[in-house]
Structure formats: structure tokens, C-alpha cells
Design a protein. Structure first.
Length: 132
């Protein structure tokens, strides 16, 4: 019985380490994307952002990882004059999700037209609606 407990504890520890590794990769890609965006490398910023989003959508990302990711987004996008933050206060979660989906579709359309700047801007805007 105690050996089973040790095995389960070891598995839980590995899962937590895995979660921290996943979160670390997502944050690293997000920061890299932000840096590339500020340097005008819109294609590179978009590529990093897409990789981060793919990892986030992977089924091993639990609510804890997503919540920590949202906290990171809040730090990255914090601003004294943030119209999106003000707008988020006035809308419900359903409307917020609709806006995020619309912005993600807009990003995909821009990407199809090789408008990397427009695509990354739409994704960044969507993330602002997701941040805390």
C-alpha cells in the first residue's frame, strides 16, 4: 500500500514538473514573440505566438497552467491606458469568447494574405481579452 502511494506521489511530481516545463515553454515563446514584435519581426512574432497557442490547446494543459499563462499575459500587456481592459469589464464571458474567436479568425485571414503584421496584431488583441 505504501509503495503504491510512493508511485502515485512520484507520478504526480512528474506531472507537476511536466506542467511547469510546459508553462515555461509557453512563457518563453510568448516573451520571444513580444520581443520580435517590438523589433518589427512580425513573421517571427507570429510563428512564436502560433507555437505557444498550439501548446496551450494541447490536452495536457490544465486550468492551473492556463491561469498562470493569463497572469503572464497581464504582465506583458499591462498599460495605464488599456481600452480592451476597460471593455472587458463591461462584457460577459460569452461575448469575450466571441470577440476572441473573431480576432483569431481575422488573424488566420491576414496570415493567408501574408499580412504578418496584421495577423500578429489580431492575435495579440485576442490575448488581451484572455488576460486577467
Amino acid at each position: 500500500c505504501s509503495s503504491d502511494l510512493r508511485i502515485n506521489f512520484g507520478q504526480q511530481e512528474k506531472m507537476e514538473d511536466s506542467g511547469e516545463l510546459i508553462l515555461g515553454n509557453i512563457i518563453k515563446l510568448t516573451r520571444s514573440s513580444e520581443k520580435k514584435f517590438k523589433l518589427g519581426n512580425f513573421k517571427g512574432a507570429l510563428e512564436d505566438k502560433i507555437k505557444a497557442n498550439e501548446i496551450l490547446k494541447y490536452k495536457s494543459c490544465d486550468e492551473k497552467i492556463i491561469e498562470k499563462y493569463r497572469e503572464e499575459l497581464s504582465r506583458l500587456y499591462s498599460s495605464k491606458f488599456d481600452l480592451i481592459f476597460d471593455h472587458k469589464l463591461k462584457i460577459d464571458a460569452i461575448k469575450r469568447n466571441e470577440i476572441v474567436q473573431m480576432l483569431e479568425r481575422k488573424s488566420e485571414e491576414k496570415l493567408k494574405n501574408h499580412d504578418y503584421r496584421g495577423a500578429i496584431k489580431a492575435l495579440r488583441r485576442a490575448e488581451k481579452y484572455l488576460s486577467n
